[in-house]
Design a protein around this ligand. Structure first.
Ligand SMILES: [Zn+2]
Ligand SMILES: [Zn+2]
Length: 138
């Protein structure tokens, strides 16, 4: 079966098609992900950047992560929905927001990162590895 999934922002001005399987997927509880989400964490799936065709203008907000790498979060300038982010330390990947998927089941979370920052009402799911910060080597 050929992988193909789609997503976009709330108003539909930003749309994408991805034609490769995600290489990783997880929940991030870091403060930046929290503040840019509508709840206490963000959920991302990383796909090879060359397999994603993005249509529509986004506004990017760049900010250094704990690693020192610049992370740029892209959102729709019309409806404000976060669609994807990029990480200067991982230039071959695009981090799609799970919230932007048309089919939510495409997201198969593998881990929680920055789990130490999760509040009591948004704890990591049982059965998934939870790292206090980023997993070693990332
Ligand atoms: Zn929009
Ligand atoms: Zn984060």
């Amino acid at each position: 079966m050929t992988t193909r999934f789609e997503g976009g922002c709330l108003c539909g001005a930003v749309r994408y098609v991805c034609t490769a399987d995600p290489v990783m997927a997880g929940h991030c509880h870091c403060e930046d992900c929290r503040r840019s989400s509508a709840t206490a964490h963000s959920s991302h799936l990383a796909a090879p950047a060359d397999a994603v065709s993005m249509n529509g203008e986004t506004t990017g907000y760049a900010r250094a992560a704990d690693s020192g790498n610049l992370v740029t979060r892209h959102f729709c300038p019309t409806c404000g929905a976060a669609v994807f982010s990029t990480n200067a330390g991982m230039p071959g990947l695009i981090f799609l927001r799970a919230s932007s998927l048309d089919d939510m089941e495409v997201f198969k979370p593998q881990m929680h990162v920055y789990a130490v920052r999760a509040p009591s009402w948004d704890k990591p799911s049982a059965g998934l590895p939870a790292f206090d910060k980023m997993p070693p080597g990332m």
